[in-house]
Design a protein around this ligand. Structure first.
Ligand code: MG
Length: 249
């Protein structure tokens, strides 16, 4: 069921989204050679708690941390660990959110650890840009397929591939709501976008082939070919005046 939210409700939700965005920014600033993913997670946890909010990934479906931190060929859902030390040249995807006053924010970005390769940078830039191409289509009257196609075509034209098994989603009083927001699709198809819809758009883009596998830890998703993957996400409200990025600082 898709819930439409009033401007007032979206305003309340914006608070959770801003804390989510600030936590992501601070976690991203901590990405440096030598730090563990556990330490980055702790920084995000402490920041969210200090704002009087709750880390909404923690314990969701049993996930044991505040942030999913996925390095290089890890696509999503990497579990922070005291033994995962970042190295120069890594690309580090951090996905996290905060809940406050009953509403959720959700956002993600891939950060460079020190100096990264040209090809890694091109993947990250393309994935970030594709998110904005998708957001441009989050306009009342358009359909989910318009967002999906914008992301997919932008990335595929640049030689990258789109993960199929995981998608964006509605977000509001629950972190994951209807509708599903895939990163591949056909323009003019799928659910029509209506003012008051609040959705997370989150391209997961691979350097090589689109196939993925899940590790035996039951969480970490990696590319099957071992090539890099990047992930960017914003929480966006569809409004009468166009898309409103709620997780934008
Ligand atoms: Mg999400």
């Amino acid at each position: 069921m898709i819930v439409l939210r009033t401007a007032k409700e979206i305003d309340v939700m914006r608070k959770a989204c801003v804390i989510s965005a600030e936590a992501l920014q601070i976690a991203g600033e901590a990405v440096k050679p030598g730090i563990t993913t556990y330490e980055i997670d702790k920084i995000a946890y402490d920041y969210i708690k200090k704002q009087g909010a709750e880390p909404n990934f923690l314990n969701l479906y049993g996930f044991p941390a505040t942030a999913c931190i996925s390095i290089n060929d890890e696509v999503i859902h990497g579990i922070p660990s005291k033994t995962r030390v970042l190295r120069e040249g890594d690309i580090v995807s951090i996905d996290l959110g905060a809940k406050v006053d009953g509403y959720n924010g959700d956002n993600a970005a891939t950060f460079a650890c020190g100096k990264i390769s040209e090809e890694a940078k091109r993947l990250c830039d393309t994935t970030r840009e594709s998110l904005y191409k998708g957001i441009e289509q989050a306009v009342a009257g358009n359909r989910i397929g318009d967002i999906a196609y914008a992301v997919q075509s932008y990335c595929e034209e640049r030689g990258f591939s789109v993960v199929r098994e995981y998608t964006g989603h509605g977000v509001g009083t629950s972190l994951h709501e209807d509708p599903s927001v895939p990163n591949y699709g056909t323009p003019g198809r799928g659910q029509r976008l209506l003012p008051g819809m609040t959705i997370a758009i989150e391209p997961m883009i691979n350097q090589g082939k689109k196939a993925i596998k899940c590790l035996p830890d039951g969480w970490t998703v990696k590319t099957l070919d071992g090539k890099l993957s990047a992930h960017f996400e914003h929480t966006v409200a569809v409004t009468k005046n166009g898309p409103l990025i709620l997780t934008k600082l």
